[in-house]
Design a protein around this ligand. Sequence first.
Ligand code: BGC
Length: 404
Amino acid sequence: MTTSFPDGFLWGAATAPHQVEGGNVNSDMWEMEWATPSIFAEPSGDACDHYHRYGEDLALMADLGLNAYRFGVEWARVEPEEGYVSRAELDHYRRMCATCHEHGITPVVTYNHFSFPRWFARDGGWDGPQAADRFARYSESVTEHLGDLVPWVCTINEPNLIAMLMATRMAPVATRDDTEALVAPAPEAVDGPRSWPSPNIDAMRAAHRKAFDSIKSVRDTIQVGWAPALVDLQAAPGGEERLAQVRPAAQLDWLDISRDDDFVGVQTYSRELVGPDGMLPAPDGAPTAQTGWEIYPDALGHTVRLAAERTGVPVLVTENGLATDDDTARRGYTEGALRGLAGAIADGVDVRGYLHWTLLDNFEWVAGFKVTFGLIAVDRTTFARTVKPSARWLGEVARANRLS
Ligand code: BGC
């Protein structure tokens, strides 16, 4: 069966600045990585040195046939101290955007991907005073400097991650468990049906809306949205009521915020089954990824449909991929996910692109470098890049704009 994708479909890969750039010394993550004890398996250090090697990486993407790249601007670099905006760092990101265009690659730029400047984290992060105003001010500076080169902006990456973990009690599941430990209040705080707090939703809605307005005030042609984490939540027999209880705080309330946006970013890796008393482990015998998550490609089609139906705005797949050292499994997973995506498109869902997580084997937060989601391997000593077969295959799909 051959499936074509719409004209102008974006095909690419995604990264986050802290996970690939290296040397993000002014960020809260760097500070936590070097704390004793630290919940991080290892520090990010030089990561993939993408900060200096982005030119090589963009050339590789273009050679493969990819036409879009989602990357982040690192707030901790641009505003290392409150109110001091580094012109040199903004120039760096402007050069990255310009290099994308030289290669025919459309930049999709994230303004916040988990890491904060230390001063912002110290002051409470999203819950801190003036968080929304501070994020909007930073967003305005970035847009003033790069906006003419950037057609797509994601304000905040996975704003609902912690809410989802808490509401579904997905933890403990491999690295997500540790990710929760990074930022979440104690899980004891989440008991009682629907009285579970949705941590930060008001603060994050405000930050997103103010940033949206400030970006639009600089350049109203930019497509602005954010990118919630959308695990495919499914009811196991008897779990229907529990699923209905957890869904709003985990996902739906967050998707509702996208109704006023230009698009919704969908980030999906797997499914989770909800039983009467909470999350269930992966079904017996189900294949699992390095992260412990079930290998379940259909999650993408399902969550893209959910996001489109709930928000009524176009969808951009901003993350989807598999943590594995078996590259054939990566290709198989991706092909399955793209079939589900094609099915959603055939049914009329407006999907603008697919950005695979991730371009490079990189710093997988608390798990460190041993978890490998990349289309391209990176030598940990020399930073040499090795393109994996799955990357070549995805590039061919991108060039053909069809799956055969
Ligand atoms: C995040 C990425 C992360 C990926 C795999 C998403 O939650 O946006 O930063 O590396 O999932 O865990």
